[in-house]
Design a protein. Structure first.
Length: 501
């Protein structure tokens, strides 16, 4: 060999010993996985009586550059009731997306048997961008990023302008950080929490959007999942600011019909009409009048963008039917020029939708828009809205409306393709107005190791810990206690005596 070539070869070999191989993803995250958590009082009236403590977990803003900027994620821990029986930790998410989750396990814990409470430290978490964690705050002039398009082209033009403004405010106030508030990064945060807690695996309870987050976690970290329960389940193929919301249109029209039947049976009290068609006509006429002249109720003005949303927010639980009727009655009185003030419950709903708040709901849009791209052409949405009006006269203009995502930066990652065999238990009501039964079936097919419990003929969203049902609760508790999934899919009925009178 020529001396020059020999020297070059020797240098290359030596360099191989002297230059370290690139760090693996786990090695680059070691400082996050190995962090020591400082547990303090949560200073929360729901958590503190249960002996819970809270801690801050440091996570990378951008997992592709973990040496860069960091965020804080706050978690709570309700300790296992019997340390001798403790199995591990159970993380959770209450939905949204963008729902604060520090106290999410308080109500879920009430649905657990003593044997299950004994086995798990119950971990609540405010996801990145939410609540006590490093928050997203776009400084919106209203609280909610979703609205109905209204009845006509002029109302839709207002909606387009308003949604564009919400997106612009987020870009101006949050900048590049906004693009990292995503489900995939929250799943990565969950795994940092797992490691910081010193656990090899986690159990998980998620409801609504939390089911999608749980599925993303098992997809990204399949070896880390233990006992997984997904309650009121998002369609993994329709998740995002378009398909998932479009699917809510028919489901809410059906739920409204059920409520209208109930209201017609109470016509002597509410006077909306003595049959379903008349009740529906009463509500549609109210929306039409609000399009012409907004309804003043207390400090709020309601129009054809907002009145359908009041109903949408109330129809996810049949036990709320009287409350929905009372709220609608107040709006009808105000529209007729009669003295009317919103009840405390309605004032809370209207403030959530219409008022500017320091902790606005912009994290919801940040997550959905950061996860899945949306069509940009306003005409595309308008065509869908117009096509939906015949079959969805009340909710089609909401379900097909443009969102701030149409004006959002392109997501930094592609959506997660869900398809794995990690064992899990899916819980779903057939009448769910937020996450549809068909979507849950799609998730069931994608998670080949899952079993599904179906609560038949109940329009409820989120069951375990919210809507007691002996059949559902028994199956979930058995799984959390023993790790035993049902031998086959299970059909449950509403408990006797639950029908509203």
């Amino acid at each position: 060999m020529h001396p020059t070539k020999a020297i070059a070869a020797a240098t290359a070999v030596l360099a191989g010993f002297l230059i370290a191989a690139p760090a693996s993803a786990d090695e680059r995250l070691d400082r996050f996985h190995d962090q020591q958590l400082s547990w303090q009082s949560c200073d929360d009236p729901r958590l503190d009586p249960l002996g819970a403590q809270c801690a801050e977990v440091t996570v990378p803003l951008d997992y592709a550059a973990p040496q860069g900027q960091t965020l804080t994620v706050v978690v709570s821990r309700i300790p296992a009731a019997d340390p001798a029986q403790r199995r591990g930790v159970m993380l959770s998410n209450p939905g949204g997306p963008g729902g604060a989750g520090l106290d999410a396990m308080v109500d879920v814990r009430e649905a657990m048997t003593e044997e299950v409470r004994a086995r798990y430290d119950l971990i609540g978490m405010d996801p990145r961008g939410v609540g006590r964690s490093t928050p997203v705050n776009c400084r919106w002039p209203r609280g909610f990023g979703l609205q109905s398009a209204g009845l006509d082209a002029a109302s839709y033009a207002e909606s387009v302008a308003q949604q564009a403004e919400l997106a612009a405010r987020c870009a101006a106030n949050e900048g590049e950080r906004l693009r990292h508030i995503t489900t995939r990064n929250t799943a990565r945060d969950m795994d940092v929490v797992r490691a910081a807690l010193g656990e090899d695996r986690i159990s998980y309870f998620g409801t609504s959007y939390g089911t999608y987050l749980g599925a993303v976690y098992t997809q990204m970290f399949p070896e880390r999942g233990d006992r997984i329960v997904l309650d009121s389940v998002a369609d993994p193929h329709r998740y995002g600011p378009v398909g998932m919301i479009q699917d809510m249109g028919p489901a809410n029209e059906a739920a409204f019909d059920r409520w209208a039947d109930w209201a017609a049976g109470h016509d002597a009290e509410y006077r909306f009409g003595a049959d379903r068609a008349t009740v529906r006509a009463t509500v549609l006429e109210l929306v039409r009048r609000a399009n012409e002249r907004p309804v003043r109720l207390g400090e709020f003005e309601l129009d054809d963008h907002s009145i359908p949303m009041v109903l949408f927010l109330g129809l996810d639980d049949p036990r709320q039917y009287p409350q929905v009727a009372n709220q609608l009655g107040s709006i009808l009185d105000a529209a007729a020029g009669m003295p009317a003030e919103p009840s405390p419950e309605l004032a809370t709903v209207l403030a959530f939708m219409l008022a500017a708040r320091p902790g606005d709901n912009s994290a919801q849009m940040a997550i959905m828009c950061g996860d899945v791209d949306a069509p940009r052409d306003p005409n595309w949405y308008w065509r869908n809205i117009e096509a939906s009006r015949a079959s969805q006269p009340l909710f089609g203009a909401f379900a097909d409306n443009i969102t701030p995502c149409a004006f959002w930066p392109t997501p930094i990652e592609s959506p997660t393709a869900i398809g794995n065999s990690v064992p899990s238990l899916i819980v779903q009501a057939t009448g769910d107005t937020r996450t549809t039964h068909g979507g849950a079936l799609a998730m069931h097919r994608a998670l080949t190791g899952s079993r599904m419990i179906t609560l038949r003929d109940v329009p409820i969203h989120s069951i375990f810990g919210r809507y007691p049902n002996a059949c559902v609760y028994a199956a979930v508790n058995t799984y959390f206690r023993d790790g035993t999934l049902p031998e086959s899919d299970l059909i449950c009925q509403d408990d006797p005596g639950r029908a509203l009178r």
